[in-house]
Design a protein around this ligand. Sequence first.
Ligand code: KG4
Ligand code: ZN
Length: 331
Amino acid sequence: MKILAVESSCDETSVAVVEDGRKVYSNVIASQIDTHKKFGGVVPEIASRQHVEAINTVLKEGLEEAGVKLSDIDIIAATKGPGLIGALLVGLSAGKALALSTGKPFVGVNHIVGHVCANYISFKELEPPFVGIIISGGHTYLIEVKDYVDFTLHGRTVDDAVGEAFDKVARSLGLAYPGGPVIDFLAKKGKETIEFPRVMMKEDNYNFSFSGLKTAVLNYLNSAKLRGEEIVVEDVCKSFQEAIVDVLIEKSFRLARETKRDKIVLCGGVSANSRIREAFEERGKSENIKIFYPDLKLCTDNAAMIASAAYYEYIGGKVNENNFANPNLGL
Ligand code: KG4
Ligand code: ZN
């Protein structure tokens, strides 16, 4: 079953053709990052306009690269939320129009589920059940994936998402957007010299909070400036990143132990982080839990993961269900 999927929830216009949820024929991504860099973050109205400009070309390239015609496609899919409303509407409208004009079934996909499914593409043998940790620019969810379409939400951030914390801390250090990859890079050259708080780490729940950590970094920078102390950016990056790593590890492994799951699957843009990957692997070895994370290209937003999610939703009977754009769609 070949699925053509469209993703446009934030600042990437992407079209992919994927067979049976796992075999990628094409995954074309037009990124707007260079445009938004100038503003230090994504500007929603500019994002929508750039999706409109890109969508037809990306659709054409997605089919061409896959070496298929529209008539070879069985199902059309698009991200329906969460995301920026104007951005979502571009890809969703394009997907629905294609489905309507060709008479093919349409599946509206939850972007968060898409991030989980990126792992099915990278690991052909991976199957539920497992513990999933979704860490992206807009979301932080700790879930149990009991089956392909059966998720139990155990915890989420009560304020900022992990990626948001990376981006905001990077901004306060005068680093480029998106901040995650830059902090990842600089932290490799730094030492953990500052003790930042591990907020909510010992609390008896699976929720997270990252806004206090972000403020702690800001306070540190302001008071170091006031005292005329040298700020070693690499050390700040390393110390901040370690505080994030500790909290993510503590809660993910606690959930895996309590639910007796032997797999933890990292999902979303922040799962590209080299230290997070390494720390999960290390702990996984000592607790006998297998760790998965997608190939780098599949960590951040892309349509292949949306096509994979659409496949499992479709064979799970979820088709033509409430396919309206929903910026606040939850799990
Ligand atoms: O999944 P994604 O592309 O978009 C959302 O759905 O939000 O994630 C983007 C986020 C950004 O916050 C970016 O800074 C972060 O992923 N990110 C990273 C790394 N690469 C991307 N964060 C930490 N380390 C990285 N290497
Ligand atoms: Zn995303």
